[in-house]
Design a protein around this ligand. Structure first.
Ligand SMILES: Cc1cc2nc3c(=O)[nH]c(=O)nc-3n(C[C@H](O)[C@H](O)[C@H](O)COP(=O)(O)O)c2cc1C
Length: 378
């Protein structure tokens, strides 16, 4: 059954004993992360901090921390089964014979019914703030040397200004004040490419607390001309419902917990970081664009979804594991001798890839290495 929103997913975690709820007050500055770090290292459950100090909004963290939860997030099957379903799409060829044609039609129907659907209204706009105000959110400062508090699990939406194709990417946002954050899209990411193509200003919308397939899709290394919401719909087996934003010409997932709308200007950079990163080391401070909020909406009684990154194992490692399984069929399309791949947790997401090949000539491994490095998927 498709998981429509983060709350349904939380309910499933609760029923399976995979979610622990904490009622005592815990500080979003360093304390939530200290607890979550210890729980991650012990391969423990997802955590719902119901009373973060200084905010009325509970914090959900470590929701994807572990293979069991990551598989559940993408439909309950194990990740290889999800990958096999995706893999069938990559093998679509002109079928011979009636039975094969019917089978191919079934796969095409799966694809066609994955397209996101625009709806008139959604719970993510139940509450509209007159003035955007990030101060109401329990944004975490994770590590002592971090440059400030960071929104770490945002689904950031932009559009290619030429083709209009939507992009969703996960890029951390350092809170500067109640209405501005950093926009940490690396230069080679699709959001940054859309930004450059847009010229002087680009509209941006951010969804926090989305259904798990949507959150995962934002982290997935899809080519620029593919809409991540299509992948999310395919993984969920049901289209993602989208609603129009209030102040920008973009759409956001209707069931998200919190929405930030705004813009980024080309002529404005601000120091971002340092930030204790996926590797367990601090990424140095650098200049990044600034995200200005023009609107903020949320569900009634919203839940703030976040994560911490640092020395593995952390939650992000399992998002990486999902990519390892799901994207293997796509890698094999370009590198057909590839048999399997392991992105070990210790390699921090994508910094170490162990690849097995069906070897048929000397030095073939070198060819595979060069191909994989050049693909941008790892
Ligand atoms: C928890 C988490 C945080 C991330 N933070 C960033 C970030 O701050 N900047 C960035 O460029 N990529 C970040 N990534 C990686 C991107 O989300 C990933 O490369 C994604 O494919 C980018 O989408 P795009 O290819 O559409 O740009 C993060 C991934 C995860 C799982």
């Amino acid at each position: 059954m498709a998981i429509d929103d983060m709350r349904q997913y939380m309910e499933q975690l609760r029923r399976r004993g995979e979610l622990v709820e904490i009622d005592v007050a815990v500080d979003p500055e360093l304390e939530v992360s200290e607890i979550t770090d210890r729980v991650s290292k012990a391969h423990g459950p997802a955590l719902l901090f119901r009373n973060p100090a200084g905010s009325d909004i509970p914090i959900l963290i470590n929701q994807y921390g572990g293979m069991k939860r990551m598989s559940l997030a993408l439909g309950g099957e194990d990740l290889d089964a999800v990958a096999a379903r995706l893999g069938q799409v990559t093998q679509l060829q002109m079928p011979h014979g009636l039975v094969n044609k019917l089978k191919a039609l079934g796969k095409l129907k799966d694809l066609a019914s994955s397209a996101p659907k625009l709806v008139k209204s959604g719970p993510c706009q139940e509450v509209v703030l007159e003035e955007p105000n990030l101060d109401i959110l329990p944004i975490l400062k994770t590590w002592p040397g971090d440059g400030g508090p960071f929104i770490t699990l945002p689904v950031v939406f932009t559009r290619d200004p030429v083709t209009g194709t939507r992009n969703a990417g996960m890029y951390r946002l350092q809170k500067f004040d109640a209405r501005t954050t950093g926009m940490h899209w690396h230069v080679h990411k699709d959001g940054a490419e859309n930004f450059r193509a847009a010229g002087d200003r680009i509209e941006v919308a951010v969804a926090i607390g989305t259904d798990p397939a949507t959150t995962y899709a934002a982290t997935a290394p899809l080519p620029r001309d593919l809409d991540e919401m299509m992948l999310a719909g395919f993984l969920r087996g049901k289209p993602v419902q989208m609603v129009k934003c209030r102040t920008v010409d973009l759409e956001v997932p209707a069931t998200a917990e919190i929405i930030l709308e705004g813009y980024v200007k080309a002529d404005e950079l601000r120091r971002e970081g340092p930030f204790g990163d996926h590797t367990g080391y601090y990424s140095l401070a650098d200049d990044y664009p600034v995200f200005h909020l023009t609107a903020m909406t949320h569900r009634r009684d919203p839940i703030y979804a976040t994560t911490i990154v640092g020395r593995p194992p952390m939650e992000d490692c399992y998002l990486g594991k999902a990519t390892e399984r799901l994207f293997l069929p796509f890698l094999k399309m370009t590198v057909p001798e590839m048999v399997d791949m392991n992105l070990p947790l210790e390699g921090v997401f994508h910094n170490c890839a162990i690849i097995s090949i069906k070897k048929s000539y000397p030095s073939q491994a070198r060819k595979v290495m060069s191909a994989v490095w050049g693909l941008g998927m790892l």
